[in-house]
Design a protein around this ligand. Structure first.
Ligand SMILES: Cc1cc2nc3c(=O)[nH]c(=O)nc-3n(C[C@H](O)[C@H](O)[C@H](O)COP(=O)(O)OP(=O)(O)OC[C@H]3O[C@@H](n4cnc5c(N)ncnc54)[C@H](O)[C@@H]3O)c2cc1C
Length: 459
C-alpha cells in the first residue's frame, strides 16, 4: 500500500500545513530531525529556541497521540537520517515545506538526491511565505528591490486572486497508528541533545499562537500608534511562533485582511516585509555574508572589541540602548523599534560592522530568522536593499525621548536608573546615577566619524 512521510522543520503545527495536507492524501507518518550542524552552533546550553521547538513538538505529539499516532524524532544529519527512515518505513514519497535559507536549500537538494537514488519521490511545497520569489515581479519580470512597490504588487496579486487565502486542511484520519517509545513527551530530549530546559515569555505551540493571534486582533486597530512604544504591548509578539511555524503565514494574512482598520493594514504591511526579506535571501543568497550593495563592503569599520562587549552587555551609558540589550539578554525578545535603535547605534555610533550585531542577535533572539535578521541589520546599517540612507543616523537621545518618553521601559530594565525621573532619565548625570556607566562615546563626535567612514560609498 502507498505510504507517505512528512518531514516537518519550521512548520510545527497540524493545521493549515501545505506539505502535510498533501502527504495525508495517503497513510502518512510525520518526522522531525534535530540537526547537529545547527545545534552545534548554539553556544548557550540554555538555548530558548531549543526549548521552544521541543515544547511546540510536544503540543503536536499530544494531538497526534489522541489519534493513536506519534512523531518520529531523529537526531543526526538529515541528509542521512531522512532517507534512512523513509527506506525503513517503505514510503513512496517524502513531503516537506520549502525553506529558503542557503544551508537549507543545499540540504534539501542533497536529501532529494538521496531519496531519488532509493526510488522514493521528494515533494516540496510553498508554505512558510505567502508569495515566493518568482510570484511577485515588476513589469520587466525582475525582482523588486524597493519595498513599497513590492508591497503594492503583493496586494494587487492577492486582490486579483479575489483575496482568497488558501487553507491547507489536514486529514489526520490518514495518520498511520503507532506508538513511539522515545516520543517527545516521554523522553528527555534536552538531555539527549546536551541542553538544559529553559523558559520563555512567549508560549510555544500552535494552540498558544492561535490564541495570541485572536487576542491581538482586538488590539490591531491601535497598532499604527502603539507599535512604536516598547513599554506598551502594542505588537503581536507572534514572531517566535511564526518563525517556528506554530502559526501559518496564511493565519497571519487572514487576520490582517479581516481587520479592515488602519492598524490592520499597517500590521499586514509588516507581515509583507517578512515575505520581502525571505524573497531577497532566496534571490540574493550572498547577503548572508556580504552587503547587499557591494560598494558598502569597502567600509573600514573602526569600532573596538571593547565597545562591542559593552553593547552586548547593555553598559554603553546610553539608557535606551542598554535597556534594550539587557531585555534581549534576559528574555530573548526585543521590540522592533529597539532593534532599529540598537542596530543603528552599533553601526553608526560605535562604528562596528553590522555582521557582529547580526551574529549576536542570532545567538540571542527567540524569533531569530536569518532572512528577517539579515534584512533588519542591513536596513539599519544602510548596506541593504531599500535600506535607510547612510547619513540618516538615529540620535539615541531623541529616540529615547520620543519612544520611551516617561522612561518606563528604561526603568524596567536598568535598575541603576529606577529612581531617576523622566526629565533626566534619557541622559542621566553621574550625580543622579552614580552606579550607571558614563557614555562610552560622545554621540555628536561619533556621528561625524560615521559620516566620514561611510563617505567611501558616497556616490
Ligand atoms: C536589526 C533587526 C533584526 C531583526 N531580526 C529579526 C529576526 O531575527 N526575526 C524576526 O522575525 N524579525 C526580526 N526583525 C523584525 C522585527 O523586529 C520583528 O519581526 C518584530 O519585532 C517581531 O515582533 P512582533 O511579532 O510583535 O511583530 P508585529 O509588529 O506584531 O508584526 C507581525 C509580524 O510581522 C513580521 N514583521 C514585523 N516587522 C518585520 C520586519 N521589520 N521585518 C520582517 N518581518 C517583520 C514578523 O513576523 C512579526 O511577527 C528584526 C528587525 C531589526 C531592525
Amino acid at each position: 500500500m502507498k505510504k507517505h512521510l512528512c518531514w516537518v522543520r519550521r512548520d510545527l503545527r497540524l493545521h493549515d500545513h501545505h506539505a502535510l495536507s498533501k502527504a495525508l492524501t495517503a497513510p502518512c507518518e510525520i518526522v522531525f530531525c534535530f540537526d547537529p550542524l545547527i545545534l552545534n552552533k548554539l553556544t548557550d546550553k540554555e538555548d530558548r529556541r531549543l526549548t521552544f521547538i521541543i515544547d511546540s513538538l510536544k503540543v503536536m505529539e499530544h494531538e497526534l497521540q489522541e489519534k493513536g499516532a506519534s512523531l518520529h524524532i531523529l537526531y543526526g544529519d538529515p541528509v542521512v537520517e531522512i532517507p534512512k527512515l523513509a527506506k525503513t518505513l517503505q514510503v513512496s514519497a517524502v513531503f516537506t515545506n520549502r525553506d529558503y535559507e542557503p544551508y537549507a536549500k543545499k540540504r534539501d537538494e542533497s536529501v532529494g538526491h538521496q531519496l531519488v537514488e532509493l526510488g522514493i519521490n521528494f515533494h516540496t511545497f510553498k508554505d512558510s511565505v505567502f508569495y515566493e520569489q518568482k510570484e511577485i515581479l515588476n513589469g520587466s519580470g525582475q525582482i523588486y528591490k524597493v519595498f513599497t512597490p513590492y508591497k503594492n504588487k503583493w496586494l494587487e496579486t492577492l486582490h486579483e486572486q479575489e483575496n482568497i487565502v488558501p487553507d491547507f486542511k489536514v486529514n489526520l484520519k490518514n495518520l498511520v497508528p503507532w506508538k513511539n517509545p522515545k516520543n517527545i513527551l516521554a523522553f528527555d530530549w534536552h538531555k539527549e541533545l546536551g541542553f538544559i530546559e529553559t523558559s520563555s515569555l512567549v508560549k510555544a505551540g500552535s494552540l498558544a499562537a492561535l490564541k495570541r493571534l485572536k487576542d491581538f486582533d482586538k488590539k490591531m486597530k491601535d497598532y499604527g500608534e502603539a507599535r512604536d512604544i516598547p513599554s506598551l504591548e502594542g505588537t503581536s509578539n507572534l514572531s517566535p511562533s511564526i518563525r517556528h511555524g506554530c502559526l501559518s503565514v496564511r493565519d497571519m494574512v487572514r487576520a490582517g485582511l479581516k481587520n479592515t482598520t488602519e492598524g490592520g493594514r499597517k500590521w499586514l504591511s509588516e507581515v509583507i516585509w517578512r515575505d520581502f526579506y525571505h524573497m531577497l535571501l532566496d534571490a540574493f543568497p550572498h547577503v548572508e555574508k556580504k552587503c547587499f550593495k557591494p560598494d558598502y563592503d569597502q567600509i573600514q569599520w573602526q569600532g573596538t572589541k571593547e565597545h562591542f562587549k559593552l553593547w552586548c552587555e547593555g553598559k554603553t551609558g546610553y539608557p535606551l540602548v542598554d535597556a534594550a540589550m539587557r531585555c534581549l539578554n534576559q528574555t530573548g525578545l526585543m521590540h522592533n523599534r529597539l532593534r532599529m535603535v540598537v542596530a543603528s547605534f552599533l553601526c553608526k555610533t560605535l562604528l562596528i560592522d553590522w555582521r557582529e550585531g547580526e551574529k549576536y542577535f542570532a545567538q540571542k533572539l527567540l524569533d531569530f530568522d536569518l532572512a528577517a535578521n539579515n534584512g533588519g541589520w542591513q536596513w539599519s546599517s544602510s548596506t541593504g536593499c531599500d535600506a535607510q540612507p547612510y547619513f540618516r543616523i538615529f540620535n539615541p537621545y531623541n529616540q529615547s525621548e520620543k519612544f520611551d518618553k516617561d522612561g518606563t521601559f528604561i526603568r524596567q530594565w536598568v535598575p541603576e536608573l529606577a529612581h531617576v525621573d523622566k526629565g533626566d532619565i534619557h541622559s542621566p548625570t553621574p550625580l543622579l546615577a552614580p552606579d550607571y556607566p558614563r557614555p562610552v562615546v560622545v554621540y555628536e563626535k561619533s556621528r561625524q566619524e560615521a559620516l566620514k567612514m561611510y563617505a567611501v560609498v558616497k556616490k
